[in-house]
Write a protein that binds this ligand. Structure first.
Ligand code: SF4
Length: 148
């Protein structure tokens, strides 16, 4: 079973009320058992919502990464709560199907779903190395993550 960022499958859960529809991802979902998930909405954030970015600093590296939205509101708790809820949903479905979670296809650069690179917290479009909160949680469990 695979985890898919819901916005890649065309769900209008993106911060601006739109989606990131990806044809090849949709074709993939037709051939495999998949769960479409949006960790930010699972965390209780509205759609549309202000965009948010991770704030990374040396002293925070070993602790929770902070997430701030463009209006300056700290949404760290919503991001972590949503990631945990999304992971639980995926594990429950995998259990019902009797299949392992084999991998995830997530939206690139997102503060939740990005893997390898995320925006740098300045809302200027600059990328830095790092994983989204949800993607990082999956990686910690050994689940392979790809992005689109
Ligand atoms: S990138 Fe992830 S958190 Fe953002 S809208 Fe898509 S599924 Fe939701």
């Amino acid at each position: 079973m695979y985890i898919i960022s819901a916005c890649l499958a065309g769900e209008n859960c993106k911060y601006n009320g739109g989606n990131n529809y990806n044809e090849s991802v949709c074709q993939f979902t037709k051939k495999h058992n998949c769960i479409m998930i949006c960790p930010e909405t699972d965390g209780g954030l509205d759609t549309p919502r202000p965009p948010a970015e991770q704030i990374r600093s040396e002293e925070r590296c070993a602790r929770k990464i902070k997430v701030i939205n463009k209006e300056g509101r700290d949404v760290t708790e919503e991001f972590y709560r949503g990631a945990e809820i999304s992971l639980r949903k995926a594990e429950e479905l995998a259990g019902e199907l009797g299949e392992p979670v084999e991998g995830a296809i997530l939206k690139a650069n997102s503060p939740s779903c990005g893997a390898g690179t995320v925006y740098d917290g300045t809302f200027s479009g600059k990328l830095i190395k790092g994983d989204g909160i949800f993607a990082g949680m999956l990686k910690e469990r050994g689940i392979p993550v790809e992005t689109r």
